[in-house]
Design a binder for this molecule. Structure first.
Ligand SMILES: [Zn+2]
Length: 357
């Protein structure tokens, strides 16, 4: 087993198609646009990238042991199906000499077929991918990342329900994501700040507030914490939720068992709609009808000619159960109650017409 290290330009790598001899042990192209963008951005900024490993087959062909993803990105202009908007941005650069002349370290190995497999295996097992938190830990050493990491490793069972428990800081990133959209920027600006006396207290308060309201419900606590945090500058809302915690949980459990949660546009918007009722006085705290209530209304409608269909009272056309929608006769937002005596079934077009009035 031998190897040598050489420097190759992008042009050398691209011109010499025999480097790209496919081997079955290599993965398909799996880079995200983000990863491809980072690679091209590094080349543009003349930041060095990790070495590419080639295996010399001694017959003029080479197998790529490591670096196939990177080479594929460099060749992307040959394969327009990979072109997405973030990469389009680099097309001019990729036609320039700066791109073609960029130099990449290449490690060329040779030996027996067994050594080839063994080398491939070792390269790919020693290269453990770091988590986002581990990268932050390497970049922004200081009390903040150190204390934060300890918190993540020794997370309490309640906090683990919100953020998960692993020993590589994914839970830290998940918690921090509630408080900032740019976690890396947060690490960089707070590296010398105490986590224990700062962010930790905010996380604990949020967990405690959310747990007081939704603890018995137990599902989707992370999403619910996000909504609680968004309302944290409104203490009356939070205390009203705490006061009505039992009612809210009951409502959520009811919707969940009726499968209504699973048909909502997103869990977050669904929870927000339900919780919205506790913001505004004078509105029925029950926002949605259940599927069982819809069945009762459906039975009451006049039967259609086709089996299982009923007549829409507004347009007199016939529809199936799923095509009909429940309408508050007096709108919920105007104080109408979510009760059967204030409900009717309409077809979608009629319901839209009515709500536009
Ligand atoms: Zn209709």
């Amino acid at each position: 087993m031998q190897y040598k290290i050489e420097i190759r330009s992008v042009k050398d790598l691209l011109d010499d198609k025999k480097y790209l001899t496919n081997i079955n042990i290599q993965r398909k192209y799996i880079y995200t646009h983000e990863q491809a963008k980072y690679l091209l951005d590094s080349i543009q900024k003349k930041i060095p990238i990790p070495a590419i490993y080639l295996w010399d087959n001694n017959d003029g062909t080479f197998n790529v042991l490591d670096g196939k993803q990177r080479i594929t990105v460099m060749r992307i202009y040959e394969n327009p199906m990979y072109l997405g908007s973030p990469i389009n941005f680099f097309i001019d650069f990729m036609n320039s000499n700066d791109f073609y002349n960029y130099e990449i370290p290449v490690i060329i190995c040779n030996g027996t077929e067994e050594e080839k497999i063994e080398t491939f295996y070792r390269i790919n097992t020693t290269a453990v991918k770091l988590t986002e938190f581990e990268i932050m830990n390497a970049l922004y050493q200081g009390p903040f990342v150190e204390e934060f990491g300890n918190w993540g490793e020794n997370i309490s069972p309640i906090e683990a329900k919100f953020f998960g428990s692993d020993r590589r800081g994914n839970n830290c990133i998940k918690a921090l994501s509630l408080f900032t959209t740019d976690t890396r920027d947060y690490f960089s600006h707070n590296k010398n700040v105490s986590f224990t006396n700062g962010l930790k207290k905010q996380i604990e308060k949020l967990v405690s507030d959310t747990n007081q309201i939704f603890g018995q419900y137990g599902n989707d606590l992370y999403i619910l914490a996000k909504i609680v945090l968004e309302n944290s500058n409104n203490p009356t809302t939070i205390s009203s939720w705490k006061l009505n915690a039992n009612k809210i949980v009951e409502l959520l459990q009811e919707y969940n068992s009726n499968g209504e949660l699973s048909v909502a546009p997103s869990k977050e918007s669904f929870y927000k709609e339900i919780l919205g009722c506790y913001n505004i006085t004078g509105l029925d705290s029950k926002r949605f009808f259940t599927r069982d209530e819809k069945k009762i209304l459906f039975e009451k409608l006049q039967k259609g000619l086709s089996k299982g269909k009923r007549i829409c009272p507004d347009c007199n056309k016939e529809f199936s159960f799923d095509e009909l929608e429940i309408d508050h006769i007096k709108a919920w937002s105007k104080g109408g109650t979510t009760t059967l005596d204030n409900a009717q079934l309409l077809c979608k077009p009629c319901n839209i017409k009515k709500s536009n009035k």
